[in-house]
Design a protein around this ligand. Structure first.
Ligand code: C2E
Ligand code: CA
Ligand code: CA
Ligand code: CA
Length: 281
């Protein structure tokens, strides 16, 4: 039994070492990716539920790994978050989105709103407001700041609520909109919604999955839509994959939707081609 215990111990150690090694390699890779410009911002369309027309985009970062190809953010964002690298990565994404909005504007394309994800670590960083203001001004955003929306999760806001309110007010004062991402999955106290200067709730994909055939998902999604509207917030459904889900959302008065049914996240050039086609219509 002693020997078995020891084997088990070394088995776990080997596994832990492999995990530590994987994380360290990812971290080194991410530092290098920042230096060498291996990140790219993809954009996923958001539509008005009523008519399916594009009204906005969500910026989603991608990593072109030199050996592994396109790496998904689900794999590297957690490591970026733990190592603090999410701060420079997040700042790069915001600056890149500003440059893109300005470029589309210069080329006369229809203006769309762009949502940018803000991580817990970025939100907790002292000086967030100054950093965001510095990026907006360095990129010459001026009135275009209105086109930017920041997405934060419930748990991020729930930490120090007074501080959250001050930060959100500061961001709103710069002209930015603010939405709550993955709504319904965090531990939310509903009373905070009233006190935070928010503009939208995003219904998590896990509820949209079941709206058509799981009555409890449908009940939750419907309740989130009503809650948002009673607080004068708009509501976005995430992860819409079928026509039936879209029709359900239409019947229940959801404002906006995003998901593979309307379009996958795609490079800026593809977005441009579609916006240009729309101009020609
Ligand atoms: P998220 O913010 O909840 O983004 C939505 C995710 O759902 C995206 O995954 C998107 O590609 C995926 N998605 C969209 N429509 C559908 C659909 O119809 N079906 C399914 N199954 N999935 C759909 P992605 O791009 O892999 O990003 C994963 C997560 O990584 C994001 O979740 C977000 O939390 C994080 N992330 C991505 N970009 C950034 C960034 O620039 N900064 C930060 N802090 N986090 C980011
Ligand atoms: Ca998001
Ligand atoms: Ca989400
Ligand atoms: Ca998510």
């Amino acid at each position: 039994a002693k020997r078995e215990g020891r084997n088990r111990y070394s088995y776990y150690t080997a596994e832990m070492n492999a995990e530590v090694k994987r994380r360290l390699e990812l971290e080194t890779g991410l530092r290098r990716a920042l230096r060498e410009g291996q990140f790219e911002v993809f954009y996923q369309p958001q539509v008005a539920v009523e008519n399916g027309c594009w009204v906005g985009l969500e910026a989603l970062v991608r990593w072109h790994h030199p050996e592994r190809g396109l790496v998904s953010p689900d794999e590297f964002i957690p490591v970026a978050e733990d190592s603090g690298l999410i701060e420079p990565i997040g700042e790069w994404v915001l600056a890149q989105v500003c440059r893109q909005i300005n470029e589309w504007k210069r080329r006369g394309l229809p203006s769309v709103r762009v949502a940018v994800n803000l991580s817990a670590r970025q939100f907790a960083k002292p000086g967030l407001l100054d950093d965001v203001a510095a990026i907006l001004s360095a990129e010459g955003m001026g009135t275009c700041a209105k086109q930017i929306e920041l997405e934060v999760t419930e748990s991020i806001l729930m930490g120090d609520q007074r501080r959250s309110i001050t930060l959100l007010e500061g961001l709103r004062a710069m002209g930015l909109s603010l939405s709550v991402d993955d709504f319904g999955t965090g531990y939310s106290s509903l009373s905070y919604l009233k006190r935070f200067p928010l503009t939208a709730l995003k219904i998590d994909r896990s509820f949209i999955d079941g709206v058509v055939d799981d009555p409890s998902d449908a009940t939750i999604a419907g309740a989130i839509i009503d809650l948002a509207h009673s607080l004068h917030l708009s509501v976005v459904a995430e992860g819409v994959e079928t026509e039936a889900q879209w029709q359900w959302l239409r019947a229940h008065g959801c404002d906006f939707a995003q998901g593979y049914f309307f379009g996958r996240p795609m490079p800026a050039t593809e977005i441009e081609a579609r916006l240009t086609a729309r101009l020609a219509e």
